[in-house]
Design a protein around this ligand. Structure first.
Ligand code: C2O
Ligand code: CU
Length: 733
């Protein structure tokens, strides 16, 4: 395969020392990728983390004009693609490289250099550590949205604040975000886009009154909007909402269905009436339930599902994450014909791996999944100790819904709206309801199974005051348990998390993120409370409480991963670039995107560009997977593998584009390990099927091809999938 993708081969200095300092395993391949930001960044941008977003040039002050340096913002290793604080700030490990600093004594009564991170107004200032006159060193971590990096000459290494003169300085990449200036405001005030009501009401399924127009669009609180942007509406598709019909049923909570080997089940996608707060909405549910029935099966069981489509769209069921027989994978146009309204399709699903999975349609997910078609499957291991002890289990499906004044904001009939960033909702749901509630006893350990079924939102969840550890994810357990401060979960991912609730009292489940006000160029902390856990009664007793205190090693996962890792080829053999193209955007939108592209945040955690996002469809925006070896894109790519292949695949989220955001990339029918993110190797692996690729970063996967057939690889942001971000690969027997 490709000879080209050899990241970080040139210019490596003192790597064993660096790797040892950071306590990384000295896997030669991994260590080679861990070179710090070079002093002269590679302009072609083939680094594992794009220098523009993850390197800062340290400029000399007039005292040391011949000195220079760089600082790399490196992801600390961990279970997630980004290390995020509970309030949503990204944490980086700073690796400083310097050259040509004089001996500190030449500047006065100084013996050393010390690096500091400071907020833009210089308080607070955090000490990062000593810096060599020449060479690289990994320093402390920084978790500030925007900061200055300063190096001062000091008399003592252990000073707690800078006292000597500054010699090098840099601004963090987010400092490049600038408020829109007068020109944008002028454009924003005068550029009047075409009226939104130029298209007629949708006849598809009989849209009711509010669907005749796009209606009023809710605005996130606190963000700056320009008048002309408020007028933006999709121009190339008709507003659509489900219409009422004779067979509408009231939505019910999900039912638990236990299925044994050979069992069968009837599933129907139907129109439901559901209540969210004080509003009644039409939606879709499997067997009238939101979420769909919870299927509980034993490892290796095969069950038969007779599926009938009673909604207005062609549809199918995809069994997300399950390494099943290809012809039952549920992808219209690839593994089956769409199931048309009124039709039935019979799936035979085998569940080879213990864990938590989910099922959803694979046609217009932006509409069907959002309206309620999603359900979980738990595949139970025969080993009762598989996850370790807990007092109880809770299976939580996370979602969000976009509600305006008149109910649901319409969907696009002919094509998906929100093609830029995906449809962020403004109402958070747990298991289809806005206010999740749970009662536990003090000291109780709860095993949570989380699944994110939202179209685009990445959640950053925590239970303030309760400790959490991550146990497993998509297709199995981590090699060992790990403490986490919050759970970063992107669309389609699953995590198994143990949480201990120590004391009596209410504990909220919160989503805390840093949104971005793109026009005012500032970070906007957001907090959403998804529910409350009430801790009360007699303290919980037993083994689970004791076991919680220590981190278990999952030897079975470790052994299995080691077997496959031993066959890993050295450099990445395949690469995919994640990119985008736009055309025919209204002037105000194009202009703001240009300004905005001075900086992209690695994670866009909330929908703070609502109108630009809403108006965009596949007519204006195309998201791209590109094989840089062949130049082929999306469905033109035709990778072929053999069962038994183990392939190293690098996903590169390119930074050079008019707009960029993170992408949750999902691979059907197989499983993979996340070997490294941004060139930083992981040392605690787990089998996965979906991974978050941060902006400007790379993710190195070890993909095990174990299951023959034609399979999809795509972005799981429903709208990105709709506008082309997908490919099909073949695994031959
Ligand atoms: Cu969750 Cu292609 O799917
Ligand atoms: Cu995407």
């Amino acid at each position: 395969m490709s000879e080209r993708a050899r990241p970080g081969a040139p210019g490596i200095v003192a790597l064993p020392v660096l790797a040892a300092a950071l306590a990384w395993p000295l896997d030669p391949g991994a260590a080679r990728q861990a070179a710090p930001c070079p002093l002269d960044p590679d302009p072609v941008g083939r680094a594992a983390a794009d220098p523009d977003l993850y390197c800062m040039a340290l400029l000399p002050t007039p005292r040391v004009l011949d000195a220079r340096g760089s600082a790399e913002l490196r992801r600390p290793p961990g279970p997630f693609s980004l290390d995020v604080t509970p309030d949503g700030r990204i944490r980086y490990r700073v690796v400083v490289t310097t050259e040509g600093l004089p001996d500190p004594s030449e500047l006065g009564a100084y013996t050393t250099y010390v690096a500091w991170a400071a907020s833009p107004v210089l308080t607070p200032v955090e000490r990062l550590g000593e810096v060599p006159s020449s060479g690289s060193r990994a320093l402390g971590d920084v978790a500030m949205n925007r900061f200055l990096l300063l190096v001062s000459a000091e008399a003592r290494a252990d000073v707690v604040e800078p006292t000597g003169p500054f010699v090098l300085r840099a601004q963090s990449p987010a400092s490049r975000m600038q408020p829109a200036d007068f020109l944008e405001f002028m454009l924003g005030a005068t550029g009047v886009p075409e009226p939104a009501d130029s298209v007629a009401a949708g006849g598809h399924g009989g849209a009711h009154a509010p669907g005749d127009r796009w209606g009023s669009i809710p605005m996130p609180a606190g963000i700056t909007m320009l008048p002309a942007m408020m007028e933006l509406r999709p121009r190339t598709t008709t507003p659509w909402l489900p219409g009422t019909r004779d067979d509408v049923v009231d939505a019910r909570p999900r039912e638990l269905i236990r299925l044994a080997e050979g069992d069968s089940l009837d599933l129907q996608a139907v129109v439901v009436r559901r209540r969210i707060g004080n509003r009644t909405l039409l939606g879709y549910g499997f067997n009238g339930q939101i979420p769909g029935p919870l299927l509980w099966v034993g490892e290796d069981a095969t069950v038969t599902v007779r599926f009938t489509n009673r909604i207005d769209w062609p549809t199918s069921i995809h069994w997300h994450g399950v390494r099943l027989d290809n012809r039952f994978d549920g992808v219209p146009g690839v593994t089956q014909d769409p199931v048309l309204p009124g039709e039935t399709f019979t799936y035979r699903v085998r569940f080879p791996d213990p864990g938590i999975y989910w099922y959803h349609p694979h046609h217009r997910e932006d509409v069907q999944q959002d309206l309620g078609l999603a359900g979980n499957m738990i595949v139970e291991s025969p080993d009762p100790e598989y996850y370790g002890p807990a007092h109880r289990e809770e299976i939580l499906m996370l979602d969000d819904l976009l509600l305006g004044e008149h109910g649901l904001v319409p969907y696009g009939l002919e094509r998906a709206t929100h093609a830029l960033m995906g449809r962020f909702g403004n109402t958070m749901l747990v298991n289809g309801e806005p206010e999740y509630a749970l009662e536990t006893r003090p000291g109780e350990v709860v095993r949570f199974f989380f699944t994110n079924v939202s179209n685009t939102r990445t959640f950053n969840l925590s239970f303030p005051g309760a400790r959490m550890k991550v146990v497993g994810t998509d297709v199995g357990n981590f090699e060992r348990e790990a403490w986490i401060e919050s759970l970063l979960i992107t669309p389609a991912e699953r995590y198994v998390v143990h949480v201990r609730f120590p004391e009596r009292g209410p504990v909220p489940l919160v989503n805390r993120v840093q949104g971005i006000d793109h026009i005012a160029a500032r970070f906007l902390p957001e907090v959403d409370t998804l529910g409350v856990v009430r801790v009360d009664g007699d303290p919980a007793t037993g083994e689970a409480g004791r076991a919680f205190a220590s981190l278990r090693v999952h030897q079975a996962a470790r052994d299995e991963i080691a077997r496959v890792r031993a066959r890993a080829p050295e450099p990445p053999e395949l690469e995919l670039e994640l990119d985008m193209e736009t055309r025919d955007l209204p002037l105000v939108v194009h202009r703001l995107m240009q300004v905005d592209s001075a900086y992209f945040h690695p994670l866009e955690a909330s929908g703070t560009m609502p109108m630009m996002n809403f108006m965009s469809t596949g007519e204006e925006v195309r998201w791209i997977l590109r094989d840089p070896d062949t130049g082929l894109e999306n469905e033109a790519i035709d990778w072929r593998f053999r069962v038994g292949d183990v392939v190293r695949l690098r996903l590169r989220n390119v930074r050079r584009t008019l707009h960029q955001m993170q992408h949750p990339i999902h691979i059907h029918g197989q499983r993979f390990l996340v070997l490294a993110v941004g060139g930083v190797p992981n040392d605690n692996l787990a089998w996965k099927d979906t991974v978050l690729v941060p902006v400007g970063s790379t993710v190195d996967l070890l993909l095990e091809l174990s299951n023959p057939g034609r399979w999809m690889l795509h972005c799981h942001i429903a709208e990105h999938l709709e506008v082309g971000m997908k490919l099909v690969f073949t695994v031959e027997e």
